[in-house]
Design a protein around this ligand. Sequence first.
Ligand code: AGP
Length: 615
Amino acid sequence: MCGIVGYIGSRQAYPIILNGLKRLEYRGYDSAGIAIYDGAGIQLSKTKGKVSDLEKRVKKEIKTTGTLGIGHTRWATHGVPNDVNSHPHYSNSGELVIIHNGIIENYSAIKKALIKRGYSFYSETDTEVLVNLIEDIKKKENVKLGKAVQIALNQVVGAYAIAVFDKMKPDEIVVAKLGSPLAIGIGEDEFFVASDATPFIEFTNNAIYLEDEEMAIIRLGREVRVRKIKNDSLVVPYVQELQLNLEQIEKGGYDHFMLKEIYEQPSVIKDTYRGRLLASEGIIKLGGLEDHIQKFINANRVIIVACGTSWHAGLVAEYIFEDWARIPVEVEYASEFRYRNPIITEKDVVIAISQSGETADTLAAIKLAKQRGAFVYGVCNVVGSSISRETHSGTYTHAGPEIGVASTKAFTTQITVLTMIALKLAKIKGTISQSNYMKHLRELEMIPHHVEEALKSDTKIRAIAEVFQDAANFLYLGRGYNFPVALEGALKLKEISYIHAEGYPAAEMKHGPIALIDEQMPVVVIAVNSNHYEKVVSNIEEIKARNGKIIAVVTEGDSTVKELADYIMEVPKTPETLSPLVTTIPLQLLSYHIAVMLGRNVDQPRNLAKSVTVE
Ligand code: AGP
């Protein structure tokens, strides 16, 4: 996700926009830019790097006087972070300038059509395509900017929060929203535009939050006019009086970034498959994979290298790839793989999974694999990160910045990408029936809804956390696809509450860990509908017979485990193969609430860093 800021009024726009960008930097920070109307033309400066880098560049490059302007801090989704790909973007004539947060899925088709009409492009971004589409319509239809924006947005598919102005009519800013947030601050004869209220809360607490598929023409000297993009009909806007403080707004009103990111999972899973999963057409489109399919199909095996939560996502992928695509998979801790002189050949495909794209051990494992001839594919969340540049190709998760040290939305979006890869390979190899393939596409498309439903148990899970906050140890058990989720749940608890927790395959209990069971040992058991269900029920009975306290994750409506467990956390019914995407939700919430009750620094737990760039 990116941060957008705009201002039109009687004050100097530059300081307001620059300060606003600093406040939005948590939303994205790989490049930044600003455009100011100086009374005659547009002064524009943009750069790879942080807002502080932009500030230095502005001082050297442009005049900053002017009372109309827009600014942007980027979290790249299309095009690596560099100066050219930074926002704002000009239209070809130089008259329009735009900033955008979101993804235009059909930008390449629109770009081809515009090139045929004589347009040139200087960046790799979807945003530059959008501003030239608006310009093309404005000139062709001879309409004002607002009308051109409305027509253009009815031709694009994707998500956006945009702000655009025309230097030929510098008394207005046009904004529009679908899928990405956009707030309009209403001042005394001045207006602010931003991704959230942090850039303008010191100037006004009156705000309009546009709804999806709404746009607004913000013109000095009159009320904000909000319209429906679909049919241009007027909307009576609801002006909110904000009571939040700055810090609360950055966290979207949540107490911690981790909780915000847990709740972002429905939308970021959707962002991650947007434009890639076309369920009704039975198509999966993964740009980074298309040219390398045969390498996967002909591979002797897939070796997955990762660390921490990303390693757990790799374990889930092992089940998915072997179960569906019948491709042998080995999952390796990158830190072990890189030192143990592994056997790697040209017939191997390595998948490197990393949220930050900067984990030193994973990067080293990639380099070793490349040296020994393997094809290396990345699954990263940060565009242009070291790992994304080191791998031969890859697929980005679109989780947006993950600020909390404990990884949550990265895990579910990584599994979403890996599931799409496995499904695509299985379809090509013919190892999955057409009906099962189509069923899984539809079920994957439903996952954001199921995650929404799972989040509704938050209050109940908080009450369970209250009961167990003083436990000294936890066991987490799962079978099959949910064994890696048991490991992930234990890691979440350990790293933010500092309570010792171990994840185990449920069947392994009788090989030792069951000696640990007594009334002091809470055991979290993932017992959703699956091929192993009866066996997990037996494991629960074994624990119960030894006075263990059982917290079970169950499929909603389950009546058997409900009778056995001390506490249950329900999740919607999904195919077992997709269940990790929902069973992980209550475990994230359980660890979060226990950590908060223990007064831990949830977003920055002791001894930990968000990205382990050291060995
Ligand atoms: C997970 O909650 C931890 N923050 C940590 O294990 C993390 O997953 C690991 O360091 C790998 O990071 P990466 O995904 O950025 O490579």
